[in-house]
Design a protein around this ligand. Structure first.
Ligand code: FES
Length: 167
């Protein structure tokens, strides 16, 4: 288990594919956002070490990279949990109890929004409209969409993602 962690830490460097992508985009307009998108797609967030590499390869100041990352709340600076819980806070979902869902999930996992549980298993995020408002309130876990979520179904949904004990 800890070897996976070590592996993950060691892999916090641009892959040859990402380097090629940066080389291709280097002189194109809007390249920084495109590159950060690719980086986040690969790592699930923007590791600090990688942000340095991107700055170097694109020839832009690190401050500009962090400026972009913090301006668009799409970009993450910390690794999300193994299970990424995203609760929609778009208007339709908000009106149908999205906020209560967040509060309940926080309570169940014992951590707040934008935080990862100490075991690294879960993180909770509020996200903007996911484009399926007819299903409000909507929650997404690891890309799986849960629509018309009811408070009473939350324990069952989260239980599916909890690590089963060794055996
Ligand atoms: S407001 Fe939640 S999906 Fe649109």
């Amino acid at each position: 288990m800890s070897s996976a962690k070590t592996e993950a830490a060691a892999s916090q460097a641009l892959t040859p594919e990402l380097k090629a992508f940066i080389a291709e985009w280097k002189s194109k307009p809007g390249n920084l956002i495109m590159v950060l998108h690719q980086v986040q797609e690969h790592f699930g967030y923007i590791p600090r070490k990688v942000a340095f590499e991107v700055a170097d390869l694109l020839g832009v100041p690190l401050a500009r990279i962090y400026g972009v990352i913090t301006f668009y709340n799409f970009f993450k600076l910390t690794r999300p949990g193994r299970n990424r819980v995203q609760v929609c806070m778009g208007t339709a979902c908000y009106l149908r109890g999205g906020e209560d869902i967040i509060l309940e999930v926080e309570e169940m996992l014992g951590v707040g929004l934008n935080t990862v549980t100490p075991d690294g298993e879960f993180s909770i995020e509020a996200v903007r409209c996911l484009g399926c408002c007819g299903l409000a309130p909507v929650m997404v876990i690891n890309g799986v969409v849960y629509g018309k979520v009811k408070m009473e179904s939350l324990p069952g949904i989260l239980a599916q993602y909890k690590k089963t004990s060794q055996g």
